[in-house]
Design a binder for this molecule. Structure first.
Ligand code: HEM
Length: 132
């Protein structure tokens, strides 16, 4: 049986083929979802935003495993976000926007894959939300 990790990792590879178009799609929808998010992201340069998203996706692949440990670099990232005092709802917007972009760019997207991504993204965002 295909594991959630395999499903999500294969999807991750297909999305990466789209290159920066995927990142642009995510970014546009993320900042358009909430003007407070737009304000926060205003001064983050495009290179950093792309890095932000590509790292996030690799973390999500990791958290397809329910017992995954939080790596040290992720803990540092969580601590940096904690200082930004972000609203819980921003993380929800982040997750839903990401799911939407994955759906738009993965030609093999389906309901099972959506659940697999969603579970992993929920585990990831929970780590950030619980530290707030
Ligand atoms: C679980 C969800 C999230 C993950 C995994 C994540 C990941 C990251 C990563 C990897 C970076 C670092 C980029 C770099 O410096 O190399 C970053 C920076 C940043 N993130 Fe997030 N992010 C998340 C949610 C959010 C949300 C919801 C917001 C705001 C609405 C946000 C705002 C920012 C900002 C403003 C920076 C740049 C900070 C700076 O100037 O160094 N992030 N994020």
């Amino acid at each position: 049986m295909t594991t959630n990790r395999e499903l999500v990792f294969d999807s991750y590879k297909r999305i990466n083929e789209a290159g920066s178009a995927f990142y642009d799609h995510f970014h546009e929808n993320f900042v358009n979802a909430d003007e407070k998010i737009a304000k926060i992201m205003e001064n983050v340069d495009v290179g950093k935003q792309q890095q932000l998203l590509s790292q996030s996706l690799t973390h999500a692949v990791l958290f397809t495993q329910p017992d995954a440990k939080i790596p040290e670099h992720l803990q540092k990232l969580v601590n940096r976000h904690e200082k930004m005092n972000l609203d819980e709802s921003y993380y929800q917007t982040w997750r839903l926007t990401l799911l939407c972009s994955i759906e738009a760019f993965d030609p093999d997207f389906n309901e099972v894959l959506k659940q697999a991504w969603n579970e992993a993204l929920l585990r990831l965002t929970d780590i950030f939300i619980k530290s707030e």
